[in-house]
Ligand binder design. Structure first.
Ligand code: IPM
Ligand code: MG
Length: 334
């Protein structure tokens, strides 16, 4: 059976990374019928709109997308395409597994926890205005309905993965209304899952705990902004951008996202690290039920990293995207 996947191409080094992901999937013998659609900068370079309505229809129809980071033209713009994309598809939870690759230099090894981030509201609602010159407000939006849906999703995920505890990260000691509601919803949903231990941690302490004793975590869940910060902090624990991915969930859709890789300069220069897109690809294969192939990809990446001979520039080597992908494929074929 062939899986239909929309490959959302956002430009920059995503161009080289997408080729690598497609080659690896083919080498693993998984049949994917890719529908490549340019978006963001990749679309604008072809004089197309950055986020056309058809893109959303195509992703909804397929139910699954693999997405590179959507870049912006130099100078940015008024809105962030990645956030607009999440918003239009109703992606409400972004699952960020923190699982190190052997051979990737990191601060810790043997970590295996997951961070779940709410992605529809909070300060990312980006409702901002200037009251008078020199005074601006940015509004933090928290609703009971969104929190309930988010925590139900988080606890279901924890249950499905056989996790023992869920930490809710908040700052309810200061933001008594916004984070207070978030925490209250957490407690109410947690009560329905007696087999999972609910834990609460204030976000600043969560940062300290993560960099000192990350082994204590199983599942962490947080609102949009704290979740963004904590997911990069957690990525830093295990060697950075190469080992991290986001699986964003919405009604009837899952988007496997590379959340890093903003470089425009290296396009076509064969310098991109393929791992920021291969990691979400690995999760996609796993969720399709190709568990053995997902494991094979993980161990092929680990063998290449451990041997240390073929690494891209950002990983301290001199190999190009193509050579590193070839090395991973050679391991798959062994
Ligand atoms: C992430 C990213 C995005 C975010 C950027 C690309 C807008 O950092 O998914 O973590 O801030 O959510
Ligand atoms: Mg981020």
């Amino acid at each position: 059976m062939s899986h239909h996947v929309v490959l959302v191409q956002g430009g920059g080094i995503g161009t080289d990374q997408a080729v690598a992901a497609q080659r690896v999937v083919a080498a693993l013998g998984v049949a994917i019928d890719w529908q490549e659609v340019p978006a963001g900068l990749a679309a604008q370079e072809k004089n197309l709109p950055p986020l056309p309505n058809e893109l959303f229809d195509q992703v909804r129809a397929a139910g699954v997308a693999l997405k590179t980071k959507l870049l912006h033209p130099p100078g940015g713009g008024d809105e962030n395409y990645n956030i607009h994309f999440r918003h239009d598809l109703g992606l409400f939870a972004s699952v960020r597994p923190i699982h190190d690759f052997a051979g990737l230099p990191g601060r810790f090894t043997g970590l295996d926890f997951v961070l779940v981030r709410e992605t529809t509201e909070d300060l990312y609602a980006a409702i901002e205005h200037e009251i008078v010159s020199g005074v601006v407000q940015s509004i933090k939006v928290v609703t009971e309905a969104a929190c309930k849906r988010f925590f139900e999703f988080t606890f279901e995920l924890a249950k499905a993965q056989g996790r023992k505890s869920v930490h809710c990260i908040h700052k309810a000691n200061i933001l008594k209304m916004a984070d207070g509601l978030f925490l209250d919803c957490f407690r109410r949903v947690a009560a329905g899952y007696p087999e999972i231990t609910p834990k609460e941690l204030i976000v600043d302490n969560a940062c300290m705990q993560l960099v000192s004793k990350p082994q204590q975590f199983d599942v962490l869940c947080a609102g949009n902004l704290y979740g963004d910060l904590l997911s990069d902090l957690a990525a830093g624990l295990i060697g950075g951008i190469s080992a991290t991915a986001a699986v964003s969930h919405g009604p009837g859709v899952r988007v496997y996202e590379a959340i890093h890789g903003g470089l425009r300069e290296w396009v076509g220069e064969d310098r991109a690290n393929p791992l920021p897109l291969l990691t979400p690809t690995m999760h996609m294969l796993h969720d399709f039920g190709h568990v053995e192939q997902a494991k094979k990809l993980r161990s092929a990446v680990e063998s290449v990293l451990t041997a240390g001979l073929v690494r891209t520039y950002d990983l301290g080597g001199t190999a190009g995207t193509r050579a590193m992908t070839d090395a991973i494929i050679d391991e798959i074929n062994k």
